[in-house]
Design a protein around this ligand. Sequence first.
Ligand code: PMP
Ligand code: GLN
Length: 401
Amino acid sequence: MVHSVFKDMPTTIFEEMSGLSRAHNAINLGQGFPDDPGPEAIRAKAAHAILHGYNQYPPSAGLPELRAAVAGHYRRSQGLNFDPATDITITSGATEALAAAFLALIEPGDEVLVFQPFYDAYPPLIRRAGGVPRFVRLEPPEWRFTKAQLDQAITDRTRLVILNTPLNPTGTVIPRQDLSLLADLCRERNLTVICDEVWEQVIFDGRQHVSLIGLPGMAERTVKIGSAGKMFGLTGWKVGYMCAAPGLSRVLARAHQFLTFTTPPNLQTAVAFGLDTPGSWFSDMPAILEASRDRLTSGLRQAGFAVLPAQGTYFLTIDLAASGIHEADRPFALRAVTQAGVAGIPVSAFYEVDPVTHILRLCFAKSDATLDEGIVRLARARDLSLKAVPQLVEPPSTTMV
Ligand code: PMP
Ligand code: GLN
């Protein structure tokens, strides 16, 4: 008999919905990946490096040129100063960076503050590292937290906070005021923060990404995690980074060396090229995605859906209850993919305690034609849902749009 906590664990909601989407030949607005192949010059660089470059183990902390490129990028784009020799570890995606950071920084019984909705990997990784997640619940339409919520969740055993901004699945950016509030508490209570900033370049309407590590007193207590997959729209590449002050960085690198030890050198070379070359990707990519966001938003609104504003990421959300749908997000998402041929992600999958159950996440990093057809199919899903689950009482009007 297999002895493992993973024995009864289902596949992730992303795998489940992408699998159903393939089985039903649906339009996949679920799992977050763009449907274009990504910048050609960066892919060409990787291909060249495979054929003509070095293909043996690179240094565990990452190729020196990539560590220097990450430091240069963050200096130029966010005014942050990292020493490539001591502050940066290259990982196999942000997922490995998260695992390494949890393994390095959690001792058995330590409590970790987790905001719901969370990225799905956080709670299982925290628990396998011996930690105990303590949840802070965010809710629509603003998905913000208060000092009272933080005070209530933090105990004498709290050591760590995991924060994600821009926030997947809500598509919101945590306001500077809320980051400051969290930073104040972390200093007061001597907490370390793992800040998952994989979406930092995917931010709209002229917003500037604010990194928690740059706030007063946070440099020594923050691990900043990034992902080239999101920066360049190459989600399958799995090249990530952990940036932190030398003391923290040293233990992060030690955890990383026993997880994957290193990351494919050719992809590292290509990512370094992408970061160092003043290509137009960092301006083109958000502009293109912003137009896709606007197209999906206005199409859905014309079709009578209540769309919540998306400030960053590949995702917007719709409020099902306010869109006249009287089904919870998961049954509606299953109906939409199996009966109407369109996949989305139920946001309740990202809660463990007291889930918000009326929000559906949709990925807009798709061609115009795909988005337009997605809208038609979502409207069909709503019609089917209304026939199956007619309105019995006035629905609660939970969200303003
Ligand atoms: N964190 C968040 C918030 C994400 O959305 C994702 C993937 N979309 C990851 C981590 C994982 O990133 P990677 O693919 O680089 O492992
Ligand atoms: N991060 C992607 C999303 O949010 C999914 C990544 C995965 O499938 N693990 O859709």
